[in-house]
Design a protein around this ligand. Structure first.
Ligand SMILES: [Zn+2]
Length: 171
């Protein structure tokens, strides 16, 4: 699959591109869906009017394939740069976005996406459904607790008390 990223076609990229086998592995391990949280765009499907296949995904480099590229890490060998661990499967839009905003899309962020996307794919494969794994940060969990408190949602003890009251009313 052509990567089509102009700024990566600079010298030095040779030998740092993913092999077809690695690209396939990256796509398959996330069920051919974009790995960006909340995107989940399918990246493979039928070509209407023939028995062909259309692919709309990209094996993106977490750290760039060549010097000058996004998140380039000079300490990696070519082998590491083209290895499975340095790739992430994304739809074309998000592959483009992460390569043009390296300030926001850091190596750590992309590694999290990949990890979560693999967990989501495993969940879907296991349950046969459209399971989504959502990682709630501690701040969000705190917010949800506060929200529950502000709504005066009954705690488990309260429910037991209500049940006892009802029983005493009935008898
Ligand atoms: Zn996407």
């Amino acid at each position: 699959m052509a990567t089509g990223k102009g700024h990566l076609s600079v010298m030095g990229r040779d030998g740092n591109d993913f092999t077809e086998r690695t690209k396939l592995l990256l796509a398959q391990r996330v069920g051919w869906l974009c790995s960006k949280p909340g995107c989940l765009k399918p990246t493979v499907g039928p070509k209407k009017g023939s028995d062909g296949v259309v692919k709309l995904g990209e094996a993106a480099h977490i750290t760039a394939a060549a010097p000058g590229g996004p998140r380039y890490d000079a300490s990696l060998t070519s082998g590491e740069r083209r290895s499975f661990s340095n790739g992430i499967w994304l739809c074309r839009d998000h592959a483009h976005q992460i390569d043009h905003d390296e300030e926001h899309f850091t190596v750590e962020t992309l590694r999290h996406w990949k990890q979560d996307a693999e967990a989501r794919a495993f969940e879907q494969l296991t349950t046969g459904g459209l399971a989504q794994t959502v990682n709630l940060g501690p701040e969000l969990i705190e917010e949800l607790k506060e929200l529950a408190a502000s709504l005066s949602l009954p705690a488990e003890d309260d429910l037991l008390n209500v049940k006892r009251l009802l029983i005493s009313v009935e008898s």
